[in-house]
Design a protein around this ligand. Structure first.
Ligand SMILES: O=P(O)(O)OC[C@H]1O[C@@H](O)[C@H](O)[C@@H](O)[C@@H]1O
Length: 301
């Protein structure tokens, strides 16, 4: 698609991979067309990177990128039906194309840029061809990712999925998470109904699936303890929040992660880990939106 008339967007190569760079009045961002994968988001109000990308991420257009927002679809982790399926589905490891891009301004004339992306190939691994997928990313004071699955067939289709965002934190041992309170399934110990001790801090390898908070349409999760600002994450359409940090030992076994990489990242994922049924001729949307706000000390006032 021709993006020449969109002044806030340009196509560039980053580490040999085609990417869409967005720079507008409120933020800048980088989206890899391999994976339809957000790899950078810098809102101007804090002028800091919110997204963690591994220095050792492998940009060979085959392996999923370590960091950013991998799109896990049409299954999360190993929940695909069948033998020898790739973890987290097959769209994070293929090229996507830009299907639409637009700029708009709100009532205060604050600019935003929205890009729509679609994966090049669907219907792999016996997944029905009749499913279609569209990712919209809006870059503004907030970054919004919206993943819409449409079932064009005459039968129900079941999927699992996740927007698997790696947030950049200054020091994982000082980071706290608010807005998640539910008992969790611990993937590290394979145990259910674990009680959370609050405040929520990460201590060692963490791989948890929390059912979403029942009483909210949109679940708001706040990360604090980051140098000078907080990150607010709003999620909807999800049934679970996945919290993942590989911890010290596992980091050293991962080829695309620095040994100390775990100290500056935290995955907060909007997911559907229970089977989600999409009725014929309907669409289902999973969303995650995030922004940063400055934290003031009394001394600053
Ligand atoms: O290494 P991958 O396939 O990108 O997955 C990273 C992690 O993704 C998380 O969503 C899973 O809960 C973890 O179990 C997994 O280790």
């Amino acid at each position: 698609m021709n993006i020449d008339n969109i002044s806030s967007a340009s196509l560039i190569e980053f580490k040999g991979t085609p990417c869409l760079q967005i720079e507008n009045q409120t933020a800048s961002a980088l989206i890899s067309l391999f994976g339809g994968h957000l790899i950078s988001y810098v809102p101007k109000n804090v002028n800091a990177e919110l997204i963690w990308l591994s220095d050792k991420a492998i940009f060979n257009q085959e392996k999923a990128l370590r960091g950013g927002t991998p799109i896990c679809w049409p299954w999360f982790a190993d929940l695909g039906k069948g033998e020898n399926l790739p973890a987290h589905g097959f769209v994070r490891t293929q090229m996507w194309q830009i299907s639409d891009i637009s700029e708009s301004a709100d009532a205060n004339n604050i600019q935003s840029t929205t890009v729509e992306l679609t994966p090049n190939t669907l219907g792999l691994f016996n997944v029905p061809q009749s499913l279609s997928l569209k990712l919209s990313i809006t870059i503004a004071k907030q970054c919004e990712l919206s993943l819409e699955t449409t079932n064009n067939s005459d039968e129900d289709v079941e999927i699992t999925q996740a927007l698997h965002t790696y947030f950049k934190v200054s020091d994982i041992s000082q980071t706290s998470i608010a807005g998640i309170t539910t008992d969790y399934y611990d993937k590290v110990t394979n145990t259910h109904n674990n009680k959370l001790s609050l405040p929520y801090h990460i201590e060692g390898e963490t791989d948890r699936i929390h059912p979403r908070e029942a009483s909210t349409n949109e679940q708001i999760i706040t990360l604090s303890g980051i140098d000078g600002f907080k990150i607010d994450i709003a999620q909807s359409g999800h049934d679970s929040v996945i919290v993942w940090n590989p911890g010290a030992e596992k980091s050293t076994t991962m080829a695309d992660m620095e040994d100390l990489g775990y100290q500056t990242m935290l995955c907060i994922e909007a997911g559907n880990t229970q089977s989600t049924t999409i009725a014929p001729k309907t669409s289902f949307t999973l969303k995650q939106r995030f922004s940063a706000k400055k934290e003031y000390n009394y001394g600053d006032l």
